[in-house]
Ligand binder design. Structure first.
Ligand code: PMP
Ligand code: GLU
Length: 398
């Protein structure tokens, strides 16, 4: 009955795990979910009020497929302030979430067999999105010795005549690690030798930085001359805690943006008018709120890091941004819980969820086994209890 495309389709592992955690919760189990990358703080009042105002004022109709001019202008001003680059409204498109932005960009850039280079560990959805565009994900393993980041040597080696896109994310989901200026410069040197490659910079977490900077280093900071081949992706979900409002955007070359906007006009249509109105308020006025959130995240990160010291079998990679802990668990390989052997991070995550009611994302979903991704966008109490249960689980392993 279903198409070939549907037969090969896997659901988003993060959203699948969230659903599983909710199911166990509904059965009355005391689940602590550290799975989904979703802020636990409310949408900032300035944006929430604007959303209400939009409804009251009747701003409840279709907008242009690429988003309202007002929102695109607000994004353009932000891009100017962040990266000192000039974008007009024709360089920006807004969609129902950054996920659809990346999906649409790949649909518009990739022809069958074109290659997209990503590094593992990667955000869970990248490979499937590439495959849905009939592209080939070229996954470059970048483990701990590379700080989980793409290196210039590995990038150079991965490039072929079929390479169409290099897609990367900083701060990274899942590791929370951030490319330094010099690391970006080194990648730029390689990319300059290959002028046909389009660069997609997934900047979803770039305002959630723990070193006091307002924004993560960006490829446009080190190489503004690449502007004609860089597509910058961002949205309301993370820094502005607007996951349910579904607003994401891209800024980049007009040709790509127009194609993405046309694709949208034939698929989802325009993003929600109410959410767009709220996003304008968030972009213009929520910077002080983000500062507060970042302070809280830094505290939560330090708390979690100190609690994890009680479990020597687990090693946490300290994140520089976003809100994920990337936790190495390889010392547990070969151990068993009630006869269930741990041979992968998935095995450990399954035991944690089914017997200790702690939901995590196993690293193999991010293309890097031996690690777990934990979101620390939760209260310190929840994190403390989750870590206590993990310690108890590990004590019971034979
Ligand atoms: N990129 C990354 C790296 C993400 O973690 C997410 C998760 N939400 C997205 C893009 C998409 O976000 P959204 O669709 O909620 O805007
Ligand atoms: N990006 C989030 C995550 O990685 C949200 C889940 C999703 O969209 O898959 O958990």
């Amino acid at each position: 009955m279903l198409s070939k495309r549907a037969q090969n389709l896997k659901p988003s592992p993060t959203l699948f795990l969230v659903a599983k955690a909710k199911e166990l919760q509904a059965q009355g189990h005391p689940v602590i979910s550290l799975t989904v990358g979703e802020p636990d703080w409310p949408t900032f009042p300035v944006a929430a009020k604007a959303g209400q105002e939009a409804i009251e004022k009747g701003i409840t109709k279709y907008t242009p497929a690429s988003g309202t001019v007002e929102l695109r202008q607000a994004i353009a001003s932000k891009m100017k302030a962040d990266f000192d680059v000039d974008y007009g409204v024709k360089n920006i498109t807004v969609a129902s979430g950054a996920k659809f932005i990346i999906f649409g960009a790949l649909q518009m850039l990739i022809s069958p067999g074109d290659e997209v280079i990503i590094n593992s560990p990667y955000w869970v959805s990248y490979p499937t999105m590439i495959e849905l565009a009939d592209g080939v994900p070229v996954i470059v393993e970048c483990d701990e010795k590379d700080h989980f980041k793409m290196t210039p040597e590995k990038l150079e080696r991965a490039i072929t005549s079929r390479t169409k896109v290099f897609l990367f994310c900083s701060p990274s989901n899942p590791t929370g690690l951030v490319y330094s200026k010099s690391e970006l410069k080194a990648l730029v040197e390689v990319l300059k030798k290959h002028p046909d490659i389009i660069i997609i910079s997934d900047d979803m977490y770039n305002r959630l930085m723990f070193d006091g900077s307002k924004i993560a280093h960006h490829i446009l900071h080190v190489a503004p001359e690449l502007k004609d081949r860089v597509l910058c992706v961002n949205g309301g979900s993370k820094a502005y805690s607007m996951t349910g409002w579904r607003i994401g955007w891209a800024a980049g070359p007009e040709k790509i943006i127009t194609a993405m906007s046309d694709y949208q006009s034939q698929s989802t249509g325009s993003p929600s008018s109410i959410s767009q109105y709220a996003a304008v308020a968030a972009i213009k006025h929520a910077d002080p709120d983000i500062d507060e959130v970042v302070k809280k995240l830094i505290q939560r990160k330090s708390f979690a890091l100190s609690e994890f010291k009680k479990i020597p079998q687990l090693r946490v990679i300290e994140p520089q941004g976003a809100f994920y802990l990337w936790v190495e668990m390889r010392s547990l390989y070969g151990k068993s819980y009630k006869g269930q052997k741990i041979l992968s991070s998935k095995d450990f995550a399954d035991i944690l969820l089914n017997h200790f009611y702690v939901a995590t994302v196993p690293g193999n979903e991010c293309g890097c086994d031996g690690y777990l991704r934990l979101s620390f966008a939760c209260t310190e109490g929840e994190m403390q209890e989750a870590i206590r249960r993990m310690a108890s689980c590990i004590e019971q392993l034979s």
